[in-house]
Design a protein around this ligand. Structure first.
Ligand code: DX5
Ligand code: ZN
Length: 231
């Protein structure tokens, strides 16, 4: 898709963090209606987790699923953020790009991640550099200029429902201090009412949440509470 200008404009206002529902924990039997209800509640960017069983020990979804999410959210102005947790993700970029506004690839998943970030932009999406909890921020600073956002993992990627790693806010703050203002930081994993504020105050702007939304009896109310806390 081609909403990158809008996306980048929106994210250059670091005072307005967003909560991104992570669709992997949605009710797959009612995907469209659940995403539509979140849209009515104000959700605008939806996070799609793609796992290959190699880079992470779990399998999830492919481009057809991202297309289904896009069909559900584009009518109300929603955007799709694809998080590729796969080895050598280059072969998937062309398949996901038509259904995505933003795509992140892992620094640890390909020796030529700089090339992949350029490819994501060439395909009309915002380019995200994702880093595992153990990856130092030097990896990110070397590539400034090549990405639009950083996905700072706050759990070891692979599963929803894990605990937020408590050193993450310090890492986000160190990233924020070295990144240009127009680069936004996504914080992914273990975000809930007890952790969102620390991640936000450290400088995070995209707060990804699966369990704290879809693992509740009332995902719309849970999203609303998180969004209010995010400000
Ligand atoms: C984890 C995924 C996350 C996940 C977050 O590997 O990248 O996006 O959906 O799930 P919660 O919010 O339950 O930690
Ligand atoms: Zn994710």
């Amino acid at each position: 898709m081609d909403h990158v200008g809008t996306l980048v404009d929106a994210m250059t206002r670091p005072d307005r963090p967003l909560v991104l529902p992570s669709v992997m924990s949605a009710d797959m039997t009612a995907l469209g209606s659940q995403l539509g209800e979140l849209g009515v509640a104000g959700a605008r960017v939806f996070h799609v987790d793609v796992m290959d069983g190699h880079f992470v020990p779990n399998l999830t979804v492919g481009p057809d699923f991202a297309a289904a999410v896009a069909r559900s959210v584009v009518p109300f102005g929603g955007l799709v953020d694809v998080h590729l947790m796969v080895e050598r993700p280059g072969y998937l970029l062309e398949a996901f790009a038509p259904h995505a506004d933003a795509i992140s690839v892992h620094a640890e998943a390909d020796p030529h991640v700089h090339r992949l970030l350029g490819e994501i932009r060439r395909l009309g999406c915002a380019a995200g550099l994702a880093i595992n909890p153990g990856t130092p921020i030097d990896f990110v600073t070397e590539l400034i200029g090549s990405f639009d956002y950083v996905n700072c993992m706050s759990v070891n990627p692979g599963f929803a429902g894990q605990s937020f790693i408590p050193t993450t806010p310090d890492k986000v703050a160190r990233l924020r201090a070295v990144l240009p203002d127009d680069v936004w930081i996504e914080v992914d994993g273990g975000i809930g009412l007890g952790t969102l504020r620390d991640a936000r105050d450290a400088g995070g702007q995209w707060m990804v949440s699966a369990s704290a939304i879809f693992g509740t009896d009332d995902p719309v109310a849970a999203y609303g509470a998180l969004a209010e806390l995010a400000g």
